[in-house]
Write a protein that binds this ligand. Sequence first.
Ligand SMILES: Cc1ncc(COP(=O)(O)O)c(C=O)c1O
Length: 325
Amino acid sequence: MHISPSRPPPAVQRNEAVLSLIGNTPLVALRFEPEGVTIHAKCEFLNPSGSIKDRLAQCVILDAEARGVLGPDSIILECTSGNTGISLAMIGAALGHRVTILMSESASNERRQFIRQFGAELILFESGGSYQTGIDISLEMAAKDSRYFLPRQFENPLNAEDHVHTTGQEILRQVPHPVAAFVAGYGTGGSLAGCGKAIKAGCPDARVIAMEPDEAAMLAGEMPCCHWIEGIAGGFVPPLLRSAPLDGSIKIKSAEAMAMTHRLNRHFGLLVGTSSGANVAAAVKIAQGLPHGACVVTLLCDRADRYFSTRLFKDPAAALDSPSI
Ligand SMILES: Cc1ncc(COP(=O)(O)O)c(C=O)c1O
């Protein structure tokens, strides 16, 4: 029998090319003729894994490597409803880090497939459990095994800071006029807080407005209920939003978000998800209340390919009629 000499495992190759595709996304002007307004939309869905979360994943992983808390034996562990998991899995694949994602059983099949396709491990927890259930599981796992590194997107200040230095600065360079209003929803609140800070610093007269589902308008002091705008308003006001320079909030009904998403898909050729539709619906309303030509900016957060099995891909009329998820 031939016994091969024992060799050390091959060093994992690091392929940084994909990092060069993150950020510097275009800002497009969308003309809404019946409403008579133009919205400037930052195309975050063009990030390589298809969402704004590539920025967070890159920033947190490179920072942890630089601080020496993420080494060759570490395992990145995060509880996420989708986009952050996909982004961490993508960067883990490129930089040779193991990634474990905790997700509710109710997360769509396409999200699971993306994460597994990048080679990450997926642990599903009961769909009845809240987001906190997953966070608690991740804390328990980390307490038992020191290899786990937790990005903690909901508390990590880098989540907002990175948007101050990247997304926010890009917007300031790309807008044709000073920003009059910046409108966006919140999941962790990182993009709203970070872009909001940068925009206020560059355009002191700009108003920063939080978009939230009408069914879960927590900033408006209402009780959160079920809504269809995936990726935002997880049932609590996130800590990062406390430092956001907010001038107000606007409510968008799930059905309005869905209708605007279909409009972006079918009339603008932009294959984006429901939070993008909600952001644009809010931006249109805000722009209608401002002087003609005021520069209103929002975010197109992710690509529609992660929603194939959801109501977004139903016939538009049926999607609006069906009972809530
Ligand atoms: C689809 C989608 N839109 C918007 C957001 C909001 O981003 P943030 O976490 O920066 O508030 C997220 C966050 O995960 C998201 O997945």
